[in-house]
Design a protein around this ligand. Sequence first.
Ligand SMILES: [Zn+2]
Length: 78
Amino acid sequence: MGYAVLKSTAPFTLHLRCDNCMRESTRDIELPVGDDIPRDADELIESAFLGSLKFNCRPCGGVIGRLIGIEGGNPYGY
Ligand SMILES: [Zn+2]
């Protein structure tokens, strides 16, 4: 518990809704360290990173998830 270990990149929490059963779920993602990684939600959306994520709804097995929100990132920018 706690946040004793600071990472060099802030993790994001994606809020997703299953297109089949409409259940909402969250997914925590951590980005690799690098110079060109997205630092906030806007950059994350614009990056190709989200396109590589696979969505899989556990209750119904749906594979189409809609992104409804993003938390996290670095609120202070650079
Ligand atoms: Zn579902």
